[in-house]
Design a protein. Structure first.
Length: 677
């Protein structure tokens, strides 16, 4: 048996199946997985061994080999210069995007202009007349700016440009106006509201830091950028970055120090929360193998030591074609026990502020082309005990030559198999959440997830994060909503940020910096500030160059802002005061009108709510939350009915205020939920 175990480990390191097949023959189901047999060699009901995962390649298999989970969503609006015709749909999209960009620019300008005002509204206040500087970046008479003027002129001219076929001029002016708005954003001044500003700290950056002192330098850079929360990559490709008593081995590139401990100490020194970012079901990485000078097909330390923990696709591959990571079998009790011990070790031995679940899913699949995954030995056995059927014999695409009854049976079984796999992930999240909360009720538990439509995500990843959010298993859903422009970014996040509510679980969109210009990244952040979002997460520190660091630092360097997860009621009060300052500025510049019969009442209502929020932050209570939320609801109604705004983008401004009031309400519900834990 000892020789057999050694052979398995050597097999996992080289993925040389045939060399170990005879040694594993006595291991039943595992042997069959490592030495595939035709599906017909097994029966569904009278064999104690499982059929080898095997299926014909789908007709379009070769067209979809790349893992889309590692790609950014393409730009939603890719406007090029030239004289090409502009279709009706493109015309509408360009017009809408320009209106939205005008709104975001106006929001930034308003926030910067109002930042130094006292929040209390005053009736009859008149602002002094100011003149524009040569740079046109300071406050002028009202909320005006040359870039806004040019944009409004183009919006006015747009129908005529299109009706007259002046497509080249329309394209040229559209591109010029967008660039003008971007480059003239008031990014030389603080304008950010209180928000979660998170960033993923990747393994490569920590390896380059190389020491406690180097980690201190990284956090100094993050603090200068205004970041208040860091997801530290704590377990990657099966390797913890710290010395573990549970895992087979520490990452070889960090064995001379403890980056997690160093990050926690640096975070405390700079007032930054540290959350342990943990790969859950992904157990290796072929790209990481190259960094460590290991064979490409090395499965990682976990599967090297425990090959029976592996998941497989229907053709017997541990790593699906076109992907780079082997996954653990979420239905294997030993896998789940190991992962619980790792999470418990982190929460027990390190003073982390939170834990983030990453790779909390199955690998990408394409059921339409018979590319499916999840056929680990223990999962197949469990499903067969439940149904009497080996899932490897179920096809997501029933044979059309079969009888109607058989096709219906296959569909029913396939739905059962899909639900089985979804439940393996869901039940793990619930169990892990309970384990961590018992250890430390103050931990913030989050999950990094995809923003795919729900049904697509369930079929292709088995990632049912809406259930985790609704049950309260996690405090944050962090969307990996990576897109190459703001238009596509908003499309990705809209269903989850604007059209859904998860009763106290915060949804935080993520932005990948890698392929974005500094201003394009900032534009996506500004979009979030005008939506009911509590903040953002940036991927990753590796891409935090001096340009984006300076831009973030100059606009986010507001002292004494509360961190929302630490003080959600104080964050709600602070965000509301930001709104009060903007309303006061607009009233003083006569760009906001309230019906005379309602003016005094409305101003009193606005100021009273501000006072109530401050009082709640100082003395939280369930009754106080109910009272403040009731006042907030009334204000939102009155804001729609009695208040008008006279700015370049008035409808956008009204929508933005409603979104931001909803974000404040979400923080109140979040705070009440955390207080009850």
């Amino acid at each position: 048996m000892r020789y057999c175990l050694l052979s398995v480990r050597r097999l996992a390191a080289t993925v040389a199946v045939s060399a170990a097949a005879s040694c594993l023959a006595s291991w039943g189901a595992i042997a069959l997985l490592l030495n595939p047999l035709p599906t017909s060699a097994a029966t569904e009901t009278n064999s104690s061994e499982l059929a080898a995962p095997s299926s014909p390649a789908g007709p379009r298999l070769a067209q979809r080999l790349n893992d889309p989970t590692e790609q950014d969503a393409p730009a939603g609006l890719n406007v090029q210069s030239g004289s090409g015709a502009i279709s009706r749909s493109l015309s509408v999209a360009m017009h809408q995007e320009l209106e939205s960009l005008v709104g975001r620019f106006e929001s930034a300008l308003l926030a910067a202009n109002a930042a130094d005002l006292e929040p209390e509204l005053v009736i009859g206040e008149t602002a002094p007349i100011l003149t524009a500087s040569l740079s046109n970046t300071v406050s002028q008479v009202g909320l005006t700016h040359p870039a806004l003027t040019d944009a409004q002129r183009l919006l006015t001219d747009w129908p005529d440009l299109l009706s007259q076929g002046r497509y080249g001029e329309a394209r040229r002016r559209w591109l010029a106006v967008r660039q003008s708005l971007w480059t003239q954003l008031p990014v030389d001044r603080p304008l950010a509201q209180t928000e979660i500003r998170a960033m993923w700290l990747d393994r490569g950056t920590m390896v380059r830091a190389g020491s406690r002192r180097g980690m201190g330098d990284v956090f100094e850079k993050l603090a200068a950028a205004g970041i208040n929360t860091v997801f530290v990559e704590t377990v990657n490709a099966g390797y913890p970055i710290y010395p573990s008593r549970v895992a087979p081995q520490q990452n070889p590139l960090t064995r001379h120090w403890d980056p997690l401990e160093a990050a926690i100490n640096a975070g405390k020194a700079h007032g930054i929360e540290v959350h342990a970012w943990v790969w859950i079901f992904a157990a290796g990485n072929q790209r990481h193998n190259a960094v460590l000078n290991l064979p490409q097909n090395y499965l990682g330390p976990l599967l090297n030591a425990n090959i029976g923990w592996a998941g497989y696709d229907r053709r017997g591959n541990i790593i699906p074609p076109g992907q780079t990571k082997p996954f653990l079998d979420p239905g294997n009790p030993e896998v789940r026990s190991y992962l619980m011990r790792i999470l418990n070790e982190i929460a027990t031995n390190y003073d982390v502020d939170g834990v983030q679940f990453d790779y909390i899913r199955y690998p990408f699949q394409d059921p339409e082309n018979n590319r499916t995954y999840g056929y680990g030995t223990e999962s197949r056995l469990a499903f067969r005990r439940m149904t009497g059927v080996d899932p490897a014999t179920i096809s997501p695409q029933p044979d059309r030559s079969a009888s109607a009854a058989e096709q219906q049976r296959q569909r029913r079984l396939w739905n059962q198999w899909t639900e089985f796999r979804i439940n393996q992930v869901n039940s793990f999240v619930a169990e892990a959440s309970q384990t961590l909360r018992r250890r430390n009720p103050d931990l913030t538990i989050s999950a990094a997830v995809f923003a795919y439509p729900r049904q697509e995500r369930l079929q292709k990843l088995q990632q049912d994060w809406e259930t985790w959010a609704e049950r309260g298993d996690v405090d944050w859903i962090v969307l990996m909503s990576y897109a190459l422009d703001t238009s596509r970014f908003e499309q990705l996040i809209r269903p989850w940020v604007l059209e859904s509510d998860y009763d106290g679980t915060l949804v935080i969109p993520g932005i990948r910096l890698l392929q974005l210009s500094h201003l394009a990244a900032f534009d996506q952040i500004q979009a979030l500030r005008d939506l009911p979002a509590p903040g953002y997460a940036l991927f990753a520190v590796d891409n935090l160059d001096q340009g984006i660091q300076t831009l973030l630092g100059d606009t986010q360097s507001l002292p004494d802002q509360p961190i929302p997860q630490q003080a959600p009621f104080a964050a709600a009060a602070d965000r509301y005061q930001t709104l009060q300052r903007e309303w006061r500025w607009l009233l003083a510049h006569q760009q906001m009108q309230v019906e005379e019969a309602h003016l005094e009442q409305w101003v009193s209502e606005v100021n009273t709510l501000g006072e109530s929020l401050v009082a709640l932050s100082e003395d939280p209570s369930r009754e106080g939350v109910r009272e403040v939320r009731s006042r907030l609801t009334r204000l939102r109604t009155h804001l729609n009915n009695h208040v008008k705004v006279n700015t370049t983008s008035s409808p956008y401004r009204q929508r933005t205020w409603q979104n931001r009031l909803r974000a404040i309400d979400n923080l109140l519900v979040y705070g009440e939920k955390r207080a009850a834990q």
